[in-house]
Design a protein around this ligand. Structure first.
Ligand code: DGJ
Length: 380
C-alpha cells in the first residue's frame, strides 16, 4: 500500500513538473499568431498597445501604451525588447505617468501611439506620443515629447505641442491664408461644412493656438530628417510636419494630406525610393477598412491605392487598426504590418495583429494568416 502511494506521488510529481515545463515552453515562440494572447518572457500578455518599434544593434524595442481595463494612462508607456521579434522581454516603463496632478502626464491622462526615434546629432532617444489632458476627453489634441539616453529609458517628459502655431501649410492656397471668421465653419456635417473644411476653416481656426494632433506617428527619412504625421482638423485631415534637427520641435514646414479624408492611425514605410502609408478610417475603437497611399516624398503628393487588406474581413482590417509598419532587419523588402485589435470593454485584453506586407501590381497587400514566421519573406 505504501509502495503504491509513493509510486502515485512520484507519478504526480513527474506529471506536474512536465506540465510546468510545457507552460514555460509555451512562452518560447517561433512564429507569429495574430489575434492570440502573446505572452512576454514572464508569461504575461504583452501590454504595448498602439505601439511602434525601434531597432538598434540586434535588438528590437517595442514601445506601447500600457492599458488596464480602461483606455486611460494609469501607468505610462511600456517598453519590451526582443532579438527575434517573436519573444519579448518586458524592460519596464519607458515613460511613467506622474503623480503631480498638475503634470500634463498625470495618471488619468491619455497617452497613445508612442513612437521612438534616435537622434544621431544629440545622441538622444526621442519619444513622441498623442497626449490628452486628464478630464478633458480628447479635446486637448496635443502631441508630447520625451527624451532618454538609452532606448529603455526612463524617458524624461519635456513638453507637449499643438503643432505649427502661426504657420500656414505649404500646400495652402494664398486666398485661404486669412483670418478666421467666427461662425465660418458652419453647421457640422453639412455640405457647406465639408466645403469649408476642405478650403481650410479648421486650419484658420487653430492658426494661433497650433493645429490639432491626435493619432500620430514619426518617421525618419534617409537623409535624417524626421517627420511627425498626425490626424488633425477634428480628425478630418492628416498633417505631415517636419521636425527640427534635434527632433524635439516643429520647423513650421508642413502640409495637409487627404483633406477631409478622415484618416487615423498612420503608419509609414519606404521601399525602392517610394513612400507608402497605411491608415484607418475614423470609427473610434471599432475597426474599419484600412487605406493605403503612395508618394515620391514624405511631404507628398500622396496618391490613394485603396484598401490594402484582402480576403475575409478585409473590410474591417481583420478587426484591427494600423499602428506601425516594421522593416525587418537583414531582409530585403520585408515589412510587418502591425495593428491593434482593440477590446474597449477590457483594454488590457487588446490583441496584436502582425501580418507580412505582400505586393500585387506595385501595391502593398495584407492577407490574413493564423500563423506565420519570418521565413515567409524568404519564400515570397
Ligand atoms: C481611434 C484611435 O485610433 C485610437 O488610437 C484612439 O484614439 C481611439 N480612436 C479613441 O476613441
Amino acid at each position: 500500500m505504501n509502495k503504491i502511494r509513493i509510486l502515485s506521488i512520484l507519478i504526480l510529481i513527474i506529471f506536474s513538473s512536465s506540465n510546468i515545463n510545457c507552460q514555460n515552453r509555451a512562452h518560447r515562440y517561433s512564429a507569429f499568431h495574430p489575434g492570440k494572447i502573446w505572452k512576454d518572457s514572464d508569461g504575461n500578455h504583452i501590454n504595448a498597445h498602439g505601439g511602434g518599434i525601434y531597432y538598434e544593434d540586434g535588438t528590437y524595442y517595442w514601445y506601447g501604451e500600457h492599458k488596464g481595463d480602461d483606455s486611460k494612462a494609469h501607468v505610462g508607456i511600456n517598453v519590451y525588447s526582443s532579438k527575434d521579434l517573436y519573444n519579448w522581454k518586458k524592460e519596464g516603463i519607458a515613460l511613467a505617468v506622474e503623480k503631480d496632478p498638475n503634470s500634463e502626464i498625470t495618471a488619468g491622462s491619455v497617452m497613445e501611439r508612442p513612437k521612438v526615434i534616435y537622434n544621431k546629432k544629440t545622441g538622444k532617444y526621442v519619444l513622441w506620443f498623442h497626449l490628452e489632458l486628464k478630464g478633458k476627453g480628447y479635446s486637448a489634441a496635443r502631441t508630447g515629447v520625451a527624451i532618454s539616453d538609452t532606448p529603455t529609458g526612463p524617458f524624461k517628459y519635456l513638453k507637449s505641442y499643438r503643432p505649427n502655431a502661426r504657420k500656414w501649410p505649404k500646400n495652402f492656397k494664398e486666398s485661404s491664408k486669412r483670418e478666421f471668421k467666427k461662425g465660418e465653419i458652419g453647421e457640422w456635417w453639412t455640405d457647406q461644412w465639408k466645403k469649408n473644411l476642405l478650403e481650410g476653416s479648421f486650419v484658420r481656426r487653430d492658426f494661433e493656438e497650433g493645429q490639432m494632433s491626435r493619432d500620430m506617428t514619426v518617421y525618419v527619412d534617409k537623409d535624417g530628417t524626421a517627420y511627425h504625421i498626425h490626424s488633425s482638423e477634428e480628425n478630418q485631415t492628416l498633417h505631415i510636419s517636419e521636425l527640427t534637427d534635434d527632433y524635439l520641435n516643429f520647423t513650421g514646414n508642413w502640409v495637409r494630406v487627404q483633406a477631409g479624408g478622415q484618416n487615423e492611425a498612420p503608419a509609414i514605410f519606404e521601399k525602392d525610393g517610394k513612400y507608402y502609408m497605411v491608415t484607418s478610417g475614423l470609427t473610434g475603437w471599432d475597426p474599419n477598412a484600412a487605406r493605403s497611399f503612395v508618394a515620391d516624398s514624405i511631404m507628398g503628393k500622396w496618391s490613394a491605392l485603396g484598401n490594402p487588406a484582402e480576403g475575409k474581413d478585409a473590410d474591417k482590417t481583420f478587426h484591427s487598426q494600423s499602428t506601425f509598419i516594421l522593416p525587418v532587419e537583414g531582409k530585403d523588402d520585408a515589412f510587418i504590418f502591425m495593428a491593434d485589435r482593440w477590446k474597449p470593454n477590457n483594454h488590457i485584453d487588446g490583441r496584436y495583429i502582425w501580418l507580412p506586407i505582400e505586393w500585387e501590381n506595385g501595391k502593398p497587400i495584407i492577407k490574413w494568416k493564423d500563423e506565420w514566421d519570418l521565413s515567409f519573406f524568404d519564400e515570397n
